[in-house]
Design a protein around this ligand. Structure first.
Ligand code: ADP
Ligand code: ZN
Length: 789
């Protein structure tokens, strides 16, 4: 007897391992990356083969139900990348493989059974009888038969009498079948006559799904006509066209001497066709985009693909337009507003190497580009590259791993590199390239810090100090534009009872409610809980409530009061929740239909508005008070970025920062645009405190509706982790998480600091020992967290 063949399958569920299944006798063994339908508990799920299992492990294994792909849809480097993601972030393998499969592919288990042409219509087999009138979903079949048809289907399939396939759309099939009239034929029966008539009316050619959509029973008649040669079937590629991209200037620019200097090693690296990593540290306006594009051209000339990652597509319309103009049809933009169908089409365009330049946000790092030659991570320091739900990957780090696997060049670009990347560059892990001057005659803008404490003492408006108001008025007179940053959306930050001093808090979370829409609506920024603003204090029923703190809405109000003629708009997450609204607002501002744009960090990103000569930061201290070790770094980055928006063209720029902490190093060094000094200062703090990049971090959050239960579980886990640390890492906590309660669950936190491999393996062992491999309930593991709140 030949040895039983066993494969491991990752299933799309939050389980920590792949599971073994045996390959039925007589079947070809599916290769790694092939999707298969497998029984899992009482369900059937579509999983992916991760490799061959040791035959010795074979007990009474369940069999594969169906092999769904002839060959793997996913290239080997991407399969390795998914495996790395699962291993590095301790994330369920099925969730990680889903990142590299066609959208919605692995989740679907809509198998459709179809009787083959040779099947005898007279069969009394109930399954065949049910399929006589056309294909049925396996689930429908089960309902009709009143029992699970799986075993019977497997047998019929082996006998060649039934085909089970994934339903077209759900499975990510790239072709649509098209029927066309071949010869004139005399129809036999009503169904055939109906079909021929439909085809004739459609001009002789029609897509099969549309042809038979309202009457699936026509499907069998179609097969008959095909057999008779009256109708021909062919496969047509269907691509729903994504939103048309307008082009800007498509020409390549003559590189400046600075650009030439950094291009040299980059082009050489791409030509070498081997892995190499670069950190391109270029101040805002130094022409990084043109560098990316020229390197991309080299990769394309070598027949290799290009991946360009941006923090958020909607906030980088310029880059997207420029890329579309430059690379034309070869571009695929993976936008979060794509419909499921468009997303699916783009996946296939990329997979089939029709699109060779892919632009997208973090998940695009898993785009199925075959033979990738260049990965660019623009604004590599952005927190948006970190996925805050499982799998909690960091797209910049994944890009580096992918670059290694593909033998590609990786370019991390930023005006304010993350401490991690700069440290890696100093260690020689990346080659550091610097663009230190802006393109054109303009230098950096003049930056001034306004001490708000002094302004408040003299009774001035807390939102717009006199200095900022005057600067705005001057811009209006000159017909120039201004950006006003406040990294806090809403109208007021909290509602305070004047009688008992209590704040209105979210019933589900341990945070205060934010007031929106002029103070009429109370909203929780964490769970989305929304109510009318309370009229009385929940504790003492006092009716004297006071709004404290302020957000972007309030800034707009203050502006309208101070400068009634100004045309003002707001850009923040509240606006972004309305489809297309961000693009519309940015376009209106670009066309000069607005004078002032008020917004959160969304306005600080890669926009290039030539008429902006003033950037005001309403409250530069917003991020500094957060209980997060990156607070200073984030503030420095945000202020440097937003300051870079002033005076980009012929007009000189000015920046005004309003602050209560005018002596804070993050503010002073952002004003001076002194990255090196900030790096040195901040690294000292990180080393002293044992934070990244000095040490690696793993953040564990245990949550439960029952506070005691979360605390007990955390205490036990922390004990186990301490016992196995052997000095390779430290265990902090358990302690209440900074967000102690979220969505009605209590949250307890454990922080590990030390050597990453040791922490990962200790943690994996501890969790496996305690919970087994099937589910880790109520535990969020965050390896290399960006935020520990
Ligand atoms: P960064 O991304 O580094 O902030 P950009 O790529 O936006 O900078 O470039 C700033 C401006 O300089 C853009 O308007 C761009 O078109 C222009 N620019 C870049 N390179 C050149 C060049 N070689 N010649 C002329 N203009 C350039
Ligand atoms: Zn809440």
């Amino acid at each position: 007897m030949p040895a039983a063949r066993v494969v491991n399958v990752a299933v799309p569920l939050p389980v920590q391992t792949a599971f073994s299944y045996s390959v039925p006798p007589g079947w070809l063994e599916p290769e790694r990356g092939v999707r298969v339908l497998v029984p899992f508990g009482s369900r059937r799920v579509v999983g992916m083969v991760t490799g061959r299992a040791e035959a010795a492990e074979q007990r009474s294994l369940k069999e594969l139900i169906e092999i769904l792909d002839e060959a793997s849809l996913v290239t080997p480097p991407l399969l390795d990348l998914a495996a790395w993601t699962s291993d590095h972030y301790l994330a369920p393998p099925g969730e990680c493989y889903r990142l590299v499969l066609p959208p919605a592919g692995i989740r679907a288990s809509r198998a459709v059974a179809r009787a083959t042409a040779a099947t005898t219509l007279a069969s009394d087999d109930p399954v065949l009888a049910a399929l006589r009138d056309g294909p049925l979903r396996v689930s429908t079949l089960a309902r009709r038969l009143g029992r699970d048809p799986t075993a019977r289907l497997a047998r019929l399939r082996r006998e060649g009498r039934v085909v089970v396939e994934q339903e077209l759309k759900a499975a990510g099939f790239r072709h649509v079948r098209v029927a066309s009239l071949a010869t004139i034929a005399a129809p036999r029966g009503v169904a055939q006559a109906e079909l021929l008539e439909r085809l004739r009316r459609a001009g002789g050619r029609m897509r099969v799904p549309e042809l038979v959509r309202d009457r699936p029973s026509l499907r069998a008649a179609l097969d008959r006509l095909v057999e008779q040669g009256a109708v021909r079937l062919e496969e047509e590629r269907s691509v729903r066209s994504p939103a048309r991209l307008e082009g800007g200037a498509a020409e390549r620019m003559l590189p400046s001497p600075d650009q030439t200097r950094v291009l040299e090693p980059l082009l050489a690296a791409v030509s070498a066709r081997a892995f190499s990593a670069f950190l391109l540290h270029g101040i805002t306006g130094s022409g990084k985009t043109e560098v990316y594009f020229q390197v991309a051209e080299r990769a394309l000339a070598q027949g290799r693909g290009v991946l360009l990652l941006v923090p958020e597509i909607a906030l980088t319309p310029l880059l997207v337009r420029a890329a579309a103009a430059r690379f034309g049809e070869a571009v695929s933009v993976l936008h979060s507003e794509l419909s499921a169908g468009e997303r699916h089409d783009q996946w296939w365009r990329i997979r089939e190497a029709e699109a060779r330049v892919v632009i997208g946000a973090r998940s695009a790092v898993y785009a199925p580009l075959p033979d990738l030659g260049l990965l660019v991570v623009d604004e590599e320091h952005e927190a948006a590259y970190k996925q805050e739900e499982s799998p909690r990957y960091h797209a910049r780090d994944v890009a580096l791993v992918r670059g290694r696997l593909e033998g590609a060049t990786v370019v991390l670009g930023s005006a304010t590199p993350s401490l991690e990347s700069h440290a890696n560059a100093l260690k020689g892990k990346y080659t550091r390239l610097v663009l230190s001057a802006r393109i054109g005659p303009r230098g950096l803008p003049r930056v001034e810090i306004v001490d708000r404490r002094a302004a408040l003492k003299s009774g001035a408006d807390p939102v717009l100090t006199p200095a900022l108001r005057e600067a705005l008025a001057t811009r209006l007179e000159r017909g120039e534009q201004a950006l006003l940053l406040l990294n806090r959306r809403g109208y007021a930050t909290s509602l305070l009872c004047r009688e008992c001093g209590l704040q209105a808090v979210c019933p589900n979370c341990s945070v205060s409610l934010t007031l929106h829409r002029g103070g009429r609506v109370a909203l929780c920024h964490y769970c989305g809980h929304e109510t009318r603003a309370p009229a009385a204090c929940a504790a003492c029923r006092g009716e004297y409530l006071r709004l404290t703190g302020y957000g972007t809405e309030r800034v707009v109000e203050a502006l309208e009061a101070a400068l009634p003629r100004a045309r003002v708009a707001r850009l923040d997450r509240d606006l972004a929740s309305r489809r297309g609204e961000v693009a519309r607002t940015l376009a209106a501002f670009e066309r000069g239909e607005l004078d002032v744009l008020v917004g959160t960090q969304m306005i600080a990103k890669g926009h290039d508005f030539p008429r902006v000569t003033l950037v005001g930061v309403v409250d530069a201290d917003v991020g500094l008070g957060l209980p997060d070790f990156r607070a200073a770094e984030r503030t420095f980055q945000l202020l440097t970025q937003v300051a870079g928006r002033a005076g980009r063209a012929e007009l000189a720029g000015e920046v005004i920062l309003q602050s209560h902490l005018p002596d804070h190093y993050a503010l002073l060094l952002a004003c001076a645009q002194d990255y090196e000094a900030f790096y040195a200062h901040e690294m000292e703090f990180r080393a002293t405190m044992g934070y990244p990049p000095a040490l690696a971090l793993v953040n564990l959050v245990l949550r439960s509706r029952d506070a005691d239960q979360a605390a007990r579980a955390a205490a036990a886990l922390a004990r186990t982790l301490r016992e196995s640390s052997a000095g390779r890492y430290r265990v902090l906590g358990p302690a209440s998480a900074p967000l102690a309660r979220l969505r009605q669950e209590h949250r307890v936190q454990i922080l590990l600091k030390g050597q990453r491999p040791a922490m990962r393996s200790a943690l994996r062992n501890a969790l496996l020992a305690r919970f087994g491999e099937v589910r880790w309930p109520g535990i969020a593991v965050d390896v290399d967290p960006v935020s520990i709140m």
